[in-house]
Ligand binder design. Structure first.
Ligand code: AMP
Ligand code: ZN
Ligand code: ZN
Length: 323
């Protein structure tokens, strides 16, 4: 199988685009695609300081590498962060891969370890708070990613969500009729004017998981392919994921069509209904934007018998070691 652009042999076939690509042409294809997404949705402006959240997996490795390749052209500054959640050997491997990636790309970075900032691991918190692992993990990650961006004066926070992640969430929030969450699955989610809630961007919005995996492999990026041991495969999102994969096999290009429709018409409809206007107040403990009197993170920390302000002081001191 030959590459559609040169004589080298192709390592990936993209049915929706009718292309077969060699390693080199896959890399340039994805870099151009991400640049187009950035321009189409206005994700990044000159002089932005972008914090990349790296999980140690393939998608955020690909994201970091592509932004690294585009940074001079875009005129931006990059910083990186990784959160070690203390899930045994799994987290150790993820942290190692993240560090290696940042070092290789010479991106200044901060590692936050849950054990260091709160004396507990994610499995401890799940046990103590009696809540589902994925929801606690999501809450902690969202809060720590945002506060790190805020403390580092970054005005954008980039995550490695790929096309299938987004489509999966759109279908899930639609099925559960959570219109507030449904309205937030855009490539750019505006922060608050005071900068405390940092604007989130998803540059891999139109990149497929298979493309991101192949990019990470051919560019020899450090990443871990294991799945989280705390994940429950019976959760609805995984069934939705299989459904999307099967549909896409029979109808190549369906997901991207769906995503474009979501952004061009569905979102507007939700916005007209006022569904996208989250009213933020300020958390009475940490002072960060919150939809309730005390934010979810501070409530969780209180629930496990710790002091949120002490946790935040430790976060700040870890971040200061980098700057
Ligand atoms: P997930 O929620 O695991 O699907 O990850 C979505 C995105 O969140 C990843 O692509 C990363 O950008 C970011 N992310 C996930 N886990 C971590 C982590 N432990 N540390 C830093 N960023 C993370
Ligand atoms: Zn080629
Ligand atoms: Zn708070």
């Amino acid at each position: 199988m030959r590459c559609s652009f040169c004589n080298a042999s192709a390592i990936i076939s993209l049915r929706y685009a009718k292309l077969r690509l060699c390693p080199e042409h896959l890399s340039s294809y994805l870099e151009r695609k991400v640049l187009r997404t950035i321009n189409r949705y206005g994700l990044i402006k000159r002089n932005d300081k972008v914090l990349i959240a790296v999980s140690g997996g393939k998608d955020s490795a690909t994201l970091a590498h592509i932004l690294y390749r585009l940074k001079d052209h875009l005129g931006i500054k990059l910083v990186g962060m990784h959160i070690n959640l203390g899930i045994g050997e799994y987290s150790i491997k993820l942290e190692r891969a993240s560090r290696e990636l940042f070092e290789r790309l010479a991106i200044p970075y901060v590692i936050l370890s849950l054990k260091d900032i709160a004396d507990v691991t994610l499995p401890d918190i799940v046990r103590m708070a009696k809540r589902a692992a994925c929801s606690v993990c999501g809450l902690i990650k969202r809060y720590l990613m945002n506060i790190t961006a805020y403390m580092l004066n970054a005005n954008k926070l980039a995550t490695g969500h790929v096309l299938e992640d987004i489509v999966q969430f759109i279908i899930k929030e639609f099925l559960t009729a959570d219109f507030d969450r449904l309205s937030k699955l855009k490539p750019l989610l505006e922060g608050t004017p005071d900068g405390r809630l940092v604007t989130k961007i998803r540059p891999l919005y139109e990149v497929r998981e298979k493309e991101s995996l192949t990019y990470a492999i051919v560019n020899n990026l450090p990443f871990v392919y294991d799945t989280c041991p705390l994940i429950d495969e019976r959760m609805m999102v995984f069934k939705i994921r299989r459904l999307i994969d099967n549909l896409e096999l029979e109808h190549p290009g369906l997901s991207i069509y769906f995503l474009r429709k979501y952004n061009s018409s569905f979102i507007k409809y939700l916005e007209n209904l006022g569904m996208n206007k989250t009213k933020f107040s300020t958390c009475n403990i940490c002072g960060m934007p919150s939809t309730s009197h005390t934010c979810g993170f501070c409530r969780l920390i209180l629930r496990i018998g710790k002091d949120p302000l002490d946790v935040l002081a430790r976060v700040r001191s870890q971040i200061e070691t980098m700057t």
